[in-house]
Design a binder for this molecule. Structure first.
Ligand code: ADP
Length: 460
């Protein structure tokens, strides 16, 4: 007999969190609030992690190197079996966008808290993602939805058709790597050879594609959530244009200066695309926005670092919603229920030198975190915490919410003033200076603004 919705919902009561750091804390909190038990895992370097103490089970799954612990699929599946987990939440990074892992989890009889392996595979390859989005009527950056061939003459013709400058991108790229801008024809082949080699080494695939390099775009993205029963909604938009080396530093919601009638059709196209590809779970459609037009660049098939700014404006707990959808529940909100209010900023606090941006490991000797109305801190660190050199340098996310953008900026200045981290270097001085910047305060700065601002500061 087929399962009814009621019978199929609530498919697990214990979740293994296959991640570390602030996102492990965030997911554990959401699980507990939903009445679910949690299994925390760690590498040897993370044995003292605070979320280990608050989890129902805590298992060390391997050495400090991520490849032998947080990326070790067999060790994670074994931990899930030993601890009796019914589901695995991958967080972001590590195995979160690994289709083979999603498949292995489901084959082991567990629920993968994320989309199906086939959705991850389609969207994980930026070329097939672009093709799927074009088919669903989502506007894309000009350029073919096929991989670049090896033939030099054909490559030259493609570049000419698009028009210089172009950007060469690895189909399997991520984290701001595997991209190279080509300003003119005479450096085209060299750029391709370098990017191919980089892509092969970093992503295990030499597949590349080419698109128009937009010279002054903003990065605007749309958050979606979909259930397994044909329901999908978008939760408004974010602006993540403040980037250094293609990596986001500050995010905000909503994207300033975007009229509702401009963004509305884009949000609806994203929802349509989700329904068309049978997408399940949370996801983000990333766009470049230039001269009033949106161009799709990629979809992230997972929870994102910057999800809190959307939680603050939409009032939706995205992690809880993600888990409930994975349990088979019908999405308990419709598009008409989504009303984004006020303005939110997120600062990524990194353990790094504020001038050179080199990672800074060591023991946090003193920590003071801000509190008050409209202030949220997502972190796993405490005084005495040892920041290890093995992983991403993100140690905390400082998030604020206020009725207007100007008030949210003022609140972030206050929050940053009240944040003290000693013992290691952090980017806090740099963030404080950025929130004093006039052009940023005006809003609508493009993706190159931060790099230019840094250059000017260094020259001064
Ligand atoms: P990743 O998966 O590595 O994050 P994305 O495709 O999302 O790569 O691009 C990351 C950033 O690179 C964008 O936010 C933008 O700053 C820049 N970028 C990507 N494609 C283009 C393009 N066609 N023109 C200009 N900048 C681009």
């Amino acid at each position: 007999m087929p399962e009814t919705l009621e019978q199929s919902a609530g498919r697990f009561d214990t979740v293994l969190i296959a991640n570390r750091g602030e996102i492990a804390v965030r997911i554990q909190r959401a699980c507990r609030e939903l009445g679910l038990k949690t299994v925390a895992i760690c590498s040897e370097a993370d044995r003292q992690a605070p979320y280990g103490k608050t989890a129902d089970s805590f298992l060390c799954i391997g050495p400090s190197t991520a490849a032998k612990s947080y990326l070790n699929q067999d060790a994670i599946l074994l931990a899930a079996r030993l601890a009796g987990a019914g589901a695995i939440h991958p967080g972001y990074g590590f195995l979160s966008e690994n289709a083979a892992f999603a498949d292995a989890v489901e084959k082991a009889g567990l629920v993968f808290i994320g989309p199906t392996a086939s959705s991850i595979a389609i969207m994980g390859d930026k070329i097939s993602a672009k093709r799927a989005m074009m088919a669903a009527g989502v506007p894309c950056v000009p350029g073919p939805d096929t991989a670049l061939p090896d033939d030099p003459a054909t490559i030259e013709r493609i570049a000419l058709e698009i028009g210089y400058p172009v950007i060469i991108k690895a189909a399997g790229g991520g984290g701001g790597r595997g991209m190279r801008v080509v300003p003119k024809a005479d450096v085209l082949h060299e750029a391709i050879a370098l990017t191919r080699e980089e892509a092969r080494k970093a992503f295990g695939s030499r597949s590349l594609y080419m698109e128009k390099f937009l010279e002054h775009p903003r990065h605007i993205e749309i958050q979606v959530i979909c259930d397994d029963h044909g329901n999908a909604v978008w939760l408004g938009h974010r602006d993540c244009s403040m980037q250094r080396r293609h990596q986001k530093v500050v995010e905000e919601a909503p994207a300033p200066g975007i009229a509702p009638d401009i963004i509305q059709p884009v949000g609806l196209a994203c929802v349509q695309a989700c329904l068309q590809i049978g997408y399940r779970g949370v996801g983000t459609f990333e766009f470049l926005y230039e001269d009033g037009a949106f161009y799709f660049i990629e979809m992230n098939t997972r929870l994102q670092v910057e999800h809190p700014v959307t939680e603050m404006t939409s009032g939706v707990d995205i992690v809880q919603a993600q888990i409930r959808v994975a349990q088979g529940h019908v999405l308990d909100l419709s598009q008409g229920d989504v009303a984004c209010e006020g303005h939110s900023f997120e600062c990524r606090i990194n353990a790094e030198d504020p001038e050179s941006f080199l990672p800074s490991a060591g023991v946090v000797t003193h920590l003071a975190l801000p509190a008050g109305p409209g202030i949220r801190v997502d972190t796993h660190i405490h005084a005495g915490y040892k920041v290890s050199p093995y992983y991403d340098s993100l140690i905390a996310k400082l998030i604020v919410h206020a009725p207007t953008r100007a008030e949210a900026m003022a609140r972030m200045r206050e929050a940053l003033a009240g944040t003290e981290v000693e013992g290691i270097s952090t980017n806090i001085p740099f963030l404080r200076a950025l929130f004093e910047d006039g052009a940023f305060a005006q809003g609508e700065t493009d993706i190159h603004y931060l790099e230019q601002w840094l250059k000017l500061r260094r020259a001064a």
